[in-house]
Design a protein around this ligand. Structure first.
Ligand code: SF4
Length: 352
């Protein structure tokens, strides 16, 4: 008899299904509490249930917790984790500590189908979506790690790890729902940022769903002729289509958008590029994160010089665009932006 993954059930479904085995409603609520608030990995941990109840649960249900298969610490204090999922697949997440924040960067897919040229994940085959409980577990595990190593839990969560979150929409929203719920990790939506390569249709859906979390767009070029070269998604979702969806998102949610912009020397860091970027920023309330490039294996780009970076930012300022330069973190352990690619031997290489 196959068992039901109990974390795929809503609270109401747990109440319904356990009532078939004689559980009272309050028992089902206790189970829900153990699963989400206390992140129980086994039914044995549910100590306020009788042994008989736990035996029944073990017979009919299963919990498929994510575990940390391997962790690496950068000289700058950043941690990278290889997470093992129930089917032995591996994904990655990062803990980025600063003086004021502990940020988790988590993954939404194993591999990615979008194949952006500058990204290590894009070189992996897309294996599967990560389900909502598995996304939740990454956050809960990194939260516990932050408490262990830095004495306080997570302050921020970014969906900028492996995969395109908006192509795993249902699981993403379900996970965020649990992460922000008082019955889960009770984190504030405003502390969560979902980063997309620019799936216009799904950005509109986020607007229709009136989400409260922040939206970031991996822009990296402000002209179609250049964006086409580095992000294949731009061919079906060009800048005009993307900007229309962002305006729609802003009208529906009132949330300012963040453009992520990695500076590639000589490719997207010229006067013409920054002028085009400022024009896009004038169309909808935005701010820009200018990101230092971290070269991956087979890199076709290199990092912009300090002077180009400063001039780029100065022009944005002159045009009244808010921006900040994001310093690279964890690049010695391949944990920096665009470097997550299961490189530490923990990956099932046959699958990739
Ligand atoms: S940048 Fe994001 S969308 Fe592009 S290949 Fe990498 S993980 Fe996928």
């Amino acid at each position: 008899m196959s068992k039901t993954d109990i974390r795929k059930l809503s609270k109401e479904e747990i109440i319904d299904q356990t009532s078939e085995y004689g559980f009272e409603k309050f028992r089902a609520r206790q189970i829900h509490d153990w699963l989400w608030k206390k992140s129980a990995k086994t039914f044995e941990e549910m100590l306020n249930l009788s042994i008989k109840h736990r035996d029944i649960l073990n017979t009919h249900f299963e919990i498929n917790p994510v575990t940390i298969a391997e962790s690496q610490r950068s000289v700058d204090g950043t941690f990278k984790y290889a997470f093992k999922l129930f089917d032995q697949k591996i994904t990655e997440g990062v803990l980025i500590p600063t003086d004021t924040r502990n940020t988790a960067c988590v993954s939404s897919q194993i591999g990615c189908s979008l194949a952006c040229t500058f990204c290590a994940t894009g070189k992996l085959k897309m294996l599967r979506n990560i389900d909502s409980a598995e996304i939740y577990d990454q956050v809960a595990l990194i939260d516990a790690e932050a408490k262990t190593h830095y004495g306080k839990g997570l302050t921020n969560i970014v969906f900028m790890g492996m995969g395109e979150p908006l192509l795993n929409y249902k699981n993403l929203l379900r996970a965020i729902d649990k992460i922000t719920s008082p019955e889960g990790l009770n984190m504030a939506s405003k502390r969560i940022t979902v980063s997309t390569a620019g799936i216009a249709k799904m950005i509109r859906k986020l607007g229709d769903d009136q989400v409260k979390f922040n939206l970031a767009v991996s822009l990296h070029a402000a002209m179609d002729s250049k964006r086409d070269k580095i992000m294949a998604i731009n061919e079906s979702n060009n800048l005009e289509v993307l900007m229309d969806s962002l305006k729609y998102f802003y009208e529906k949610t009132g949330n300012k958008i963040t453009f992520e912009y990695i500076l590639f020397k000589g490719f997207n860091d010229t006067k013409e590029d920054v002028r085009a970027l400022a024009n896009l920023c004038a169309q909808v309330p935005t701010k820009v994160n200018i990101i230092e490039y971290n070269a991956i294996d087979d890199a076709i780009f290199s990092k912009s010089s300090r002077q180009s970076t400063e001039e780029f930012q100065a022009f944005l300022k002159y045009k009244g665009v808010d921006s900040q330069v994001r310093k690279s973190r964890g690049d010695d352990i391949d944990a920096a932006c665009g470097q997550l690619a299961n490189k530490n031997g923990a990956v099932l290489k046959d699958d990739i």
